[in-house]
Design a protein around this ligand. Structure first.
Ligand code: UDP
Length: 406
């Protein structure tokens, strides 16, 4: 199924990146009219879909004939690919012969729908085997991987990696995620946030105030915010512990737990319940979920009203939420894992620490020092504009395309 794309114009970004818009147009000039097909597994939910909704229209706006297709697959297929997702990051799970067969069969069927393209960008493990079933060897093939492949379950990797043989380039968020033995064919560039999306664009004070009112957050008191899915790796228990340590020093502090609840994720419901119990009866912990109508605009408003953003994840591929906060000039206190390390510069736009006591110490320091927050906030904005906004992402893709189509 081809995804219906919104309109975007690269000129809209001139207020944010100035003349870099011209540099992008120049880079795109030789690629005008090139047929580029992005393929992934879902049009909604998750970072990849979010990025493609913004990025593909921008590619079109600079002249590429870019399209985005979502593979068609039954539910059982996604049970198999969830196993790929986990085993490729190291989990010790068996994948049966029937599961491998189902995976190949779905990819083979989807491959039949592929026609005349010049360049393919295949995202993540779900559609990776498409390449094997498309007999267009003179075209260019990119596999864009959003997970860490440095320590996979070797049994699964040995078989899965055969699907990658026909790709010209593998793209990861970080070099440390490259799989062993594939370094020559791999490159790294980070994902991005879109400053013009509903999640990130400027909001007026009135909208922010009304959102806080509706969620019973007091705008006059300091606010720590954690934005994350209800997922064990995000370690929301530690976030609550950190908040409690801070509260001993600053009794008026509040904690917003902004967390989306997917109705089709039973694991998420259980986890939600555990976190709620852990939070107990403290009314200064505000659960802001989509069950209360917290969507992109509300997340935006809460992030903008935040004094310090907190991120306690113990494993993180990239962590778009970090860039979302930094872009809004909010300093971030986080654990030094995965993609967090390249976004938070310790002592510049936030602080990195592992232990809860240390994280709490940094949060207290920031809440007490408005001038420090202002300075770090400016730096954070700069970090994102220079490295993690969609136009930088677009440039990285354009360079890669030019390199391959040369
Ligand atoms: N998000 C959201 N509402 C929530 C929780 C998360 O919109 O209640 C968004 C968040 O703003 C970000 C994305 O979901 O854009 C999460 O991406 P990230 O890379 O931080 O983590 P992931 O969930 O992919 O592990």
């Amino acid at each position: 199924m081809d995804v219906v794309l919104r309109e975007r114009n690269i000129e809209e970004y001139r207020t944010i990146i100035g003349n870099e818009v011209d540099e992008i147009k120049k880079l795109a000039e030789p690629l005008k009219g090139k047929k580029v097909l992005h393929v992934n597994a879902t049009a909604y939910g998750g970072g990849v879909a979010e990025i493609l909704h913004n990025l593909v229209p921008l590619m079109r706006s600079v002249g590429l004939d870019a399209r985005w297709r979502v593979i068609e697959a039954p539910d059982e297929f996604f049970n198999v690919t969830k196993k790929f997702h986990n085993t490729l990051q190291g989990a010790d799970i068996e994948i049966s012969e029937e599961e491998w067969n189902l995976y190949e069969e779905v990819c083979r069927k989807n491959a039949e729908l592929i026609q005349d393209e010049e360049l393919f960008v295949i995202h993540d493990p779900q559609p990776a085997a498409l390449r094997k079933f498309v007999d267009l060897n003179d075209r260019k093939w990119i596999w864009r991987c959003h997970i860490d492949l440095s320590t996979p379950n070797m049994k699964v990797w040995q078989r899965f990696s055969q699907y990658l043989e026909g790709y010209d380039r593998l793209v990861f968020h970080l070099e440390e995620y490259f799989p062993q033995g594939w370094k020559e064919r791999s490159i790294a560039f980070p994902p991005s946030i879109d400053p013009l999306s509903e999640k990130n664009r400027d909001l007026d004070e009135d909208t922010i105030r009304k959102t806080l009112e509706r969620l019973e957050i007091d705008p006059e008191r300091p606010l720590i915010t954690v934005v994350s899915r209800f997922d064990p790796w995000k370690d929301l228990f530690s976030a609550i512990d950190v908040y409690r340590l801070v509260k001993k020093e600053i009794p008026e502090v509040q904690l917003a737990v902004v967390s989306a609840m997917a109705t089709d994720d039973p694991e998420g419901w259980f986890f939600f319940e555990k976190v709620l119990r852990y939070a107990g009866t403290d009314e200064d912990i505000k659960f802001c979920t989509n069950l209360k109508g917290v969507g992109n605009k509300e997340v935006n408003a809460i992030q903008r009203a935040t004094t310090v953003a907190l991120h306690t994840a113990t494993r993180e591929g990239f962590g778009l939420v970090i860039s979302e906060a930094l872009y809004k000039r909010v300093p971030v206190v986080a654990r030094p894992v995965g993609g967090v390390k390249i976004q938070v510069k310790h002592g510049e736009n936030g602080y990195l620490a592992w232990e809860r006591e240390d994280l709490a110490g940094y949060v207290v320091k920031l809440i007490r020092d408005e001038e420090l927050r202002r300075k770090m906030g400016e730096k954070g904005r700069q970090t994102v504009v220079e490295n993690f906004i969609i136009t930088v992402h677009l440039k990285n893709y354009l360079k890669l395309f030019s390199d391959l189509l040369r």
